[in-house]
Ligand binder design. Structure first.
Ligand SMILES: [Zn+2]
Ligand SMILES: [Zn+2]
Length: 348
């Protein structure tokens, strides 16, 4: 049996770089030789606490780029050698939602690098030398897009959709809560789409500095400054839209305080704790709450923004490490004691 190097998750706090069998592409599948894989905030969360979405043993990695090196039966030979990224949403193609093109809402969906779906079947991801995925999930790259940047296509598509979700209007005053990689990429898209005043909040200074570089007009540390100070930037009226990318449950209540009457709150981060909300406040102030989950075909659209140099990914990628260092990196990143934004793994 042919072997390869991979990073295997064995439960909260446990991860190892080891030899595993190299996967063989089945009917309709291709084998991608991974070049770069990016560590997602959700990977770090699963590493810390674990969940049904990541039953061990599992190879993480749903944000990656590479080259098609092998094809299974029924796949066109032209795929061989193609430079690609991968849409990790493994949708069924048959259900009500899939028929409407809403693959992110497919009830039967599974995901690369996760154990989603009814059977919680393991779908190994890109933290490995090779990964097999269905041909339909390939996103071919344009020549101008580097493998490094292509490893960010998936989260970029998430942010592209989140930035447009809800009652988007040109010139709006918008607040982005949380300036991790998702918040920062949302800010870049808001700027491109023509939002007016963009305000960012977080509790970590270096992330707020990055937010300013990404186009936020104001970046406020809400650990040091009161919420009133944020509200003042709207003449105490509140923001047209608040986009929540932070994961502390308290941000939900704050978002309600900071949005204007009739405004919209877009939830992007997966906050797992219950949060108490008084429905009267939603009704009486005519607020709208939107969930923004993944995307459908937007990975393709995002490529053009990279080609046209409209996005600055140097402000997002903070370091690149060899795949072998992943177990150490996860330890460091989950401790919160670091100054990383987005970490890429280089796979040889
Ligand atoms: Zn992700
Ligand atoms: Zn479906």
């Amino acid at each position: 049996m042919e072997m390869m190097k991979a990073v295997v998750f064995y439960g909260p706090g446990k991860m190892s770089y080891e030899d595993v069998p190299k996967p063989v592409p089945q009917e309709g599948e291709v084998c991608v030789k991974v070049k770069y894989a990016s560590i997602c905030g959700s990977d770090i969360e699963e590493y810390k606490v674990g969940s049904d979405r990541a039953r061990p043993p599992l190879i993480f990695g749903h944000e990656f780029s590479g080259e098609v090196v092998e094809i299974g039966p029924g796949v066109s030979k032209e795929r061989l050698g193609q430079r690609v990224s991968v849409n990790p949403i493994l949708y069924c193609g048959k259900c009500y939602y899939c028929q409407k093109g809403l693959i992110n809402l497919c009830n039967n969906r599974r995901s690369v690098g996760r154990t989603l779906g009814v059977e919680k079947k393991r779908c190994d991801g890109g933290f490995a030398q090779y990964v097999c995925v269905p041909e339909f999930s390939l996103v071919p790259l344009k020549e101008e897009v580097t493998f490094e940047d292509a490893a960010l296509l998936e989260p970029l598509a998430v942010c592209y959709c989140a930035a447009k979700e809800g009652n988007f209007e040109k010139g709006e005053k918008v607040l982005v809560m949380g300036t991790g990689p998702i918040g920062l990429m949302v800010i870049q898209f808001l700027k491109i789409f023509g939002s007016g005043k963009i305000v960012a909040t977080d509790v970590v200074d270096f992330k707020l500095e990055a937010a300013e570089k990404c186009g936020a007009d104001y970046a406020i540390n809400v650990k040091k400054e009161p919420l009133e100070k944020v509200l003042e930037l709207t003449d105490n009226l509140g923001f047209d839209r608040v986009i929540v990318t932070a994961s502390a449950p308290g941000v939900i209540k704050d978002s309600i305080k900071l949005v204007k009457n009739g405004g919209g709150i877009v939830l992007v981060s997966l906050i797992r704790e219950n949060v108490e909300i008084n429905p009267t406040e939603i009704v009486g102030r005519k607020l709208s709450i939107y969930g923004s989950y993944m995307f459908t075909s937007e990975m393709h659209e995002v490529i053009d923004y990279i080609v046209d140099k409209k996005l600055n990914l140097d402000n997002i990628i903070s370091s690149i490490h060899p795949l072998s260092e992943a177990p150490e990196l996860f330890k460091e990143l989950s401790s919160g004691n670091h100054s990383e934004i987005k970490v890429l793994l280089k796979v040889d």
